[in-house]
Design a protein around this ligand. Structure first.
Ligand code: HEC
Ligand code: HEC
Length: 175
């Protein structure tokens, strides 16, 4: 009887601890699901503006995320913002691979994608998963998007701290 009670108490404790842990992803989701990131993590075509409207000029993914042969991303997007920031730019500008699309995913779905080596570019450890977001120029561009575009809700520093906390806890996902 006493053992049963202890087991029950342990089960209640675990059920209460789980949601708090998954909440570690909330600040990360607020950045990752912001328009500057999501507009590139799409299926068939990139999107524009804070409303995520389909990219003008009928731009599409193409075979490798760089657009149709006759209309490549690089025809307009340079290694840095151009035209007073009107045309966004960073080195090797292109759509994220299909396995990394976030279009239509909720925060739980994005979290599961990010930690899944089969879909995240074979990044296995927490350190590997967050390294890209520390240094990749396409990620950093979101904090310097040009033309008064809005930036993600956290600073890049705050974002990295939240990622480190999440990685240390074993990359828990929301329920
Ligand atoms: C014909 C020129 C042109 C081509 C080709 C082009 N873009 Fe763009 N793109 C633009 C311009 C101009 C903007 C800025 C639109 C605005 O904010 O008013 C833009 C904006 C974007 C944005 C929105 C950034 C944001 O969050 O505000 C993304 C994402 C994007 N392009 C991705 C791509 C990708 C990926 C390709 C290739 C598959 C591509 N573009 C091809 C001209 C182009
Ligand atoms: C211009 C398009 C573009 C923008 C803007 C962009 N990404 Fe990406 N993202 C990519 C591409 C392309 C890859 C694949 C690169 C690779 O695997 O090395 C990628 C891969 C990733 C990955 C690694 C794989 C994964 O899904 O776990 C993460 C994480 C990521 N991006 C996060 C972000 C975040 C966070 C932002 C905004 C702060 C952002 N990206 C903005 C194009 C973009």
């Amino acid at each position: 009887m006493k053992r049963l009670l202890i087991l029950l108490l342990a089960a209640v404790g675990a059920a209460q601890a789980a949601p708090t842990n998954g909440a570690l992803f909330d600040p990360i989701a607020s950045v990752v699901q912001s328009p500057r990131c999501v507009n590139c993590h799409q299926a068939e075509a990139p999107r524009q503006k804070d409303q995520g409207v389909l990219h003008a000029q009928q731009v599409v993914r193409g075979r490798d995320g760089h657009g149709a042969p006759a209309l490549q991303c690089a025809a307009c997007h340079q290694a840095a913002n151009t035209a007073q920031g009107q045309v966004p730019g960073a080195p090797n500008w292109h759509l994220a691979p299909l396995s990394m699309r976030w279009q239509g995913l909720d925060k739980k779905g994005v979290c599961q994608q990010m930690r899944d080596p089969a879909r995240n570019g074979n990044r296995r450890s927490g350190d590997q998963v967050i390294e890209h977001m520390k240094t990749d120029p396409l990620v950093l561009w979101a904090w310097n998007p040009g033309a008064k575009r809005t930036t993600p809700p956290l600073s890049h520093d705050e974002f990295i701290k939240a990622l480190q906390q999440w990685a240390r806890a074993g990359m828990p996902c929301p329920d």
